[in-house]
Design a protein around this ligand. Structure first.
Ligand code: C2E
Ligand code: CA
Ligand code: CA
Ligand code: CA
Length: 276
């Protein structure tokens, strides 16, 4: 075993070094990317389940890098969280999403929500609430149309401070959605105290529809009992969609109904739906 250990160790060191170097490279590219306007928001429609009408869009970040190509957030969000870059990047996302909603408002009469993913690193900033309200104010958006998506598991860290911030956002009209719901460890008593509007059922449970487990049904039920809206994400098949209609899940989102698209395409979808 000792003989095997040494070369293994060397290989491991090399890979780890490469990984670190790659991270350093990616991190410095990220900073330049914001200055060079390489980020872009895609918008994925969210639908009223029963009517299949679009009721909102979730903003999803993309990076058009001349060096790395079209980069999905899975490759850079956690890095941006580690080195703090998520703060300026998150500000940019929030502002762009609000501007998109204002553009929608100018084109058609609508009451569409705009959902924005917020990292725990952003929420932990002392002035997070002021920042959000400032951006909302600056863009002229009615805060009732803004929904921030937070994953439930991260909220439990510093729950008291987070609760205060979320309550203040709610008091100012901003809506809050619990993303990836069901994957975290939240107990129902803790959920009861969270000032949230929406539960977002994680795709993992939507994938299981039709396989005998009915976690989605239970979450819809909990949501109804608590007076919350429930949205299912990652809906990919008609079987899943029909099941969600039958269980009275309020809203759905997923490739089956609509993929994330660039801003102009999202506007076209709405113009078409409203028959302008
Ligand atoms: P999420 O918030 O859970 O977003 C859902 C992800 O599932 C998105 O991946 C979306 O494109 C994808 N998706 C939607 N419908 C389907 C479907 O039917 N099937 C499958 N297989 N996938 C579907 P995406 O855009 O790659 O984003 C991944 C994650 O990156 C997001 O997960 C979110 O946690 C994070 N993220 C994206 N944009 C932002 C952002 O602006 N800020 C922050 N902090 N995080 C972001
Ligand atoms: Ca989300
Ligand atoms: Ca999610
Ligand atoms: Ca997720």
């Amino acid at each position: 075993a000792k003989k095997m250990g040494k070369p293994n160790y060397k290989i491991y060191t090399k890979t780890l070094n490469d990984e670190i170097m790659e991270k350093v490279r990616l991190a410095s590219s990220l900073r330049k990317a914001l200055e060079n306007n390489e980020f872009q928001l895609y918008y994925q429609p969210q639908y009223i389940t029963r009517t299949r009408e679009i009721c909102g869009f979730e903003a999803l970040l993309r990076w058009n890098s001349p060096e790395y190509g079209f980069v999905m957030p899975g490759r850079f969000i956690s890095l941006a969280e580690e080195n703090g870059f998520i703060i300026p990047l998150g500000d940019w996302v929030l502002k762009q999403a609000c501007l998109f909603k204002m553009r929608l408002k100018n084109e058609v009469i609508n009451c569409l929500n705009i959902s924005v993913n917020i990292s725990i690193v952003q929420l932990m900033q002392e002035d997070f609430v002021e920042k959000v309200l400032c951006i909302v104010n600056e863009t002229g958006l009615d805060p009732e149309f803004l929904e921030i998506e937070l994953t439930e598991s991260v909220l439990i860290q510093s729950i008291d401070e987070n609760l205060i911030k979320l309550k203040r956002l709610r008091e100012n009209g901003v809506k809050i959605s619990l993303d990836d719901f069901g994957k975290g460890f939240s107990s129902l008593s803790y959920l009861k105290n969270l000032p949230v509007n929406t539960l977002k059922i994680d795709k993992e449970f939507v994938d299981d529809i039709g396989l005998g487990t009915d976690i989605t049904d239970s979450i819809v039920h909990i949501g109804q009992k608590m007076g919350l809206k429930v949205i299912a994400e990652g809906v990919e098949t008609d079987v899943q969609y029909q099941h969600l209609i039958n269980t009275n899940c309020d809203m759905v989102q997923g490739y089956y109904l609509g993929r994330p698209v660039p801003e102009d395409d999202a506007i076209k979808m709405i113009v078409q739906q409203l028959g302008y």
